[in-house]
Design a protein around this ligand. Structure first.
Ligand SMILES: Nc1ncnc2c1ncn2[C@@H]1O[C@H](COP(=O)(O)OP(=O)(O)O)[C@@H](O)[C@H]1O
Ligand SMILES: [Mg+2]
Length: 552
């Protein structure tokens, strides 16, 4: 009898003995280092993807996590600190050098705190997602952010009567999002309790004398966004009340060209902090929450267009997920059969104009095929093939593809999974998985020919094999999987060709693979709907917690 753990150990025992295991993040309880305001904020590197609105130039995303990861320790004490509290600065310096080793940092600061009463101003709190206390919140906001909040209030007359800003919680391509007290309790009157039972209520500080004030998120849309885009987002949000997995609009305030959308505040974790740690049962819940949101949105024939982890706020402890950011969303248009033949199965191969003299290297210079324009909004790496191929009849199925990419990311423990720099590279990445002939068929569906002078993309592999290879390489070469990582079980559940084992574990992964395959269909006509996805066995079967299964 070999247990799953034995199998994990024997797999690459030799290599792993040489390199120490990476510390693993714990989801249940986490230590949050709350620095005094003077110490400032640390930003994380922004994700490599970018999103475009239509054919606008791409902007690099600078989304900051709402929850600071454990290993973020201030790299350099700010100037304001100098002279005020030198000993604090020295002790803080000790902490900074250990930025990616939480335990070490924690130990040092704990020691320092006990040694030096001055340092007791540095607060530590064991915080659980979903059970946070907000009463001390304002004290932990950096001076830099306080200044930003102050200038927002100053530049926006009337805002402070309704909302008291607490902190900055996120930054996207088109907006900055702040946390605020809802002073007039607009969130309680404008929305039914059934939609949002404001969990993060707070005792405000003594000067305001208020208690149990609801907390909301203020999304300040950049003035560079066109008025029609802002109107579109607000209008769509306004119609999206009624699903706990979709963030509804509570209020909207405007002053001159500045617009703020008010949404319920959702406490969530940074995707990067949990995507490698979610067991299959957690992935199931995550995807169930996402498909529930999509089912609600798609029923109203709204395409979100920007489904990706930073727009789906997930709390791994409460296991609730909420879809946000309808900045690129649009109503599904009537099908225009003349604009793209994809709803009629596409033209025959010989009806497509061939590319004359396709070069052996580089791109054809004199490509005479007519150009196409279509909405290409979305984020690199999450765009569906029909978006990359500029189909004029895009539907809600573009969101299903993106949801499939999210599932692929979770199962493969790789983020971002696709990492292309432009649409052509993105097509090549997809072609690498599905093979050139499948990709040609997809292009043909949209009335296009597809030529390639790249070798080795004729062969195709199953998504199961892709996942196996992905985890296997990570285990062997990356060596970043902890011994108890849930990723290991995939290697027991599937063989290297991606075929599921005849075990309960194998069956669970087969069900997950079914969802993945139906979401990542190149032909959008064959892609599953959110409603139907929710009916698949993966979401109907019981818990997949099979960590201790005994293998033969
Ligand atoms: N209702 C909310 N509650 C908590 N955090 C939020 C909320 N809405 C947005 N955020 C945070 O702000 C970030 C940016 O918000 P988003 O609506 O995606 O803006 P953008 O359109 O600029 O991308 C999100 O990734 C998230 O971290
Ligand atoms: Mg966003």
């Amino acid at each position: 009898m070999t247990t799953l753990r034995d199998k994990k150990r024997s797999l690459n025992e030799k290599e792993r003995a040489e390199v120490p295991l990476q510390p693993r993040l714990k989801l249940h309880k986490r230590l949050v280092l709350r620095r005094p305001p003077q110490l400032g904020n640390v930003s994380r590197p922004s994700p490599p993807n970018s999103r475009t609105a239509g054919d606008e130039p791409r902007n690099e995303i600078k989304e900051k996590p709402a929850t600071k990861p454990e290993h973020e320790v201030n790299p350099s004490p700010k100037r304001e600190l100098e002279g005020q509290n030198t000993s604090l600065a020295i002790e803080e310096k000790q902490v900074q050098s250990t930025s990616d080793d939480l335990e070490k940092a924690q130990k040092k600061v704990t020691e320092a705190t006990t040694k030096n009463p001055e340092i007791q101003r540095v607060e530590f709190a064991l915080e659980e997602y979903g059970e946070a206390e907000y009463s001390e919140e304002e004290d932990s906001v950096s001076m830099e952010i306080r200044q930003e909040l102050f200038s927002l209030v100053k530049s926006f007359p009337g805002l402070s009567c309704k909302y008291k800003l607490i902190d900055k919680i996120g930054e996207g391509t088109f907006s900055t999002v702040y946390k605020a007290y809802d002073l007039q309790r607009i969130s309680e009157t404008s929305m039914g309790k059934a939609v949002w039972s404001s969990p993060p209520k707070s005792r405000m500080n003594e000067s305001t004398q208020a208690s149990d004030v609801p907390i909301v998120a203020l999304k300040r849309i950049y003035v560079t966004s066109s008025p029609s885009r802002i109107y579109n987002e607000l209008q769509l949000l306004h119609g999206l009340v009624g699903c706990p997995n979709v963030a509804p609009l509570i209020d909207a305030v405007r002053y001159e060209d500045q617009v703020i959308a008010v949404l319920p505040f959702y406490k969530h974790a940074d995707f990067r902090d949990f995507y490698r740690d979610l067991p299959l049962s957690g992935i199931k819940i995550y995807m169930h929450e996402l498909f529930t949101a999509l089912s609600f949105v798609h029923e109203k024939r709204i395409i979100h267009r920007d489904i990706k982890p930073t727009n789906f706020l997930y709390n791994p402890l409460t296991r609730r997920g909420v879809l946000v950011d309808f900045g690129l969303a649009e109503k599904e248009a009537e099908i225009d059969y003349a604009a793209c033949p994809c709803f009629q199965g596409g033209p025959a191969a010989d009806e497509i104009a061939p590319v004359n003299a396709f070069p052996t290297k580089g791109y054809p210079k004199d490509d005479r095929r007519p150009g196409r324009r279509a909405n290409r909004a979305g984020t690199r790496g999450f765009r569906a093939p029909e978006v990359l191929l500029k189909c004029a009849n895009q539907t809600v199925k573009v969101d299903i593809w993106s949801a499939g990419v999210m599932l692929l990311t979770l199962l493969s423990r790789r983020f971002p999974f696709f990492n292309s720099t432009d649409d052509t590279a993105a097509l090549i990445e997809i072609t690498n998985i599905f093979g050139l002939s499948q990709m040609r068929k997809c292009a043909q569906l949209h009335g296009l020919g597809l030529e390639s002078n790249l070798p080795k993309i004729e062969s195709t592999q199953s998504l199961g094999a892709l996942l196996y290879t992905s985890i296997f390489l990570e285990a062997k070469q990356g060596d970043t999987l902890a011994e108890d990582s849930p990723a290991w079980e995939l290697l027991s559940a599937l063989d290297k060709k991606g075929r599921p084992a005849d075990t309960k574990l194998g069956n669970n992964y087969a069900e997950a693979l079914e969802v993945l395959e139906l979401c990542l269909r190149l032909n959008h006509n064959e892609r599953i709907t959110a409603d139907d996805a929710l009916k698949l066995p993966f979401f109907r079967s019981e818990s997949n917690d099979v960590d201790d299964i005994i293998l033969d």
